[in-house]
Design a protein around this ligand. Sequence first.
Ligand SMILES: *Cc1c(COP(=O)(O)O)cnc(C)c1O
Length: 396
Amino acid sequence: MIAIDERGYYGEFGGAFIPEMLYPNIEELRRDYLQIMQEPDFEQEFRALLKDFVGRPTPLYLAERLSEQYQASIYLKREDLCHTGAHKINNTIGQILMAKRLGKERIIAETGAGQHGVATATVCALMGMPCIVYMGAVDIERQAPNVARMRMLGAEVRPATSGSQTLKDATNEAIRDWINNPEDTHYIIGSVVGPHPYPDMVARFQSVISEEIKWQLGQQTGRENPGLIIACVGGGSNAAGAYYHYLNEEKVRLIAVEAAGLGVDSGESAATSVLGTKGIIHGSRTLLMQTPDGQIVEPYSISAGLDYPGIGPMHAHLIASGRAEAVSITDDEALAAGYALSRQEGIIPALETAHAFAALDKIEFRRDDVIVINLSGRGDKDLDTYIKHFERFQKP
Ligand SMILES: *Cc1c(COP(=O)(O)O)cnc(C)c1O
């Protein structure tokens, strides 16, 4: 059985390691989140927004040319067709409704690449709530289009100017803000990370992905269960959503694809399940990339969304227990898969998602296996990167 326990642990991973001053906020959320999510009113409002604002259900698409190449039936779960271009909006819709039920009037978030910031700014505009997004000053420079989107949507983007001026510094600033504004503020975390109950709450909001895969696959093939589900893992929210309703179906193989950057052993990587050791990051005990004395090692990947030094506690447990298989994919392997999918299926994937497709060359499966790949996002945001490397990948 793969389930979170009362104290918020998946096996030995998870928990809530937080400054004492955050305890009331986290405790309020922990006490109420399940009950709120199960209220019929909440459920109805969440479902209605997923349908008419996000555009769910997203299609489950049989990719015929890809299937022919790999001699398997490969279905793509089209999260790239969600409003704002990726799965992240499923979670931010859920959390803004949660914030409203908890009586909160102000939203904060942290963002690295800006994708979660955009998804948060979007739902704040939808609900007419003030939104402050903390972002490393370096990331603000690197991710100008997403900063513009957030501002366009009415959010205030506040630079984090300490440390390396990237995601972990933005997270520290967001936590500081929350400590100072415990009464009226909800902190929307963007993946299955953070102190309990965030990993479980985010997994539940994203679980709509596997809920849909089940009935869609049932309709299309007569069987609800695929042989394999493949998803990329940054913090792990799209993977958690794609796995969720299959966690206890032991015959369904779960493939977790991490970013190896320039190579797992190159010193420029984000392959946390291989390079990580046990420790505490963002309030939970999990695997993270750290020096022997516990300093976080800056991760690297060509895809900003996989460039994270930890991994959600659910995935640390799934991999450690052997339930999920981890695969590492380099920048170049992901780029090649991204160009191939674009030409083969007419779909330009996000660079994060391209890692999941590259895994097809790294794993063994049977002829005629049914494979579902979670197509977590679209590649519009990555066109500059794709174009920069274009020539190098053209066949002579
Ligand atoms: C943010 C992002 C990811 C990585 O985040 P997870 O929480 O691991 O899902 C993957 N794909 C896309 C398109 C993203 O925007």
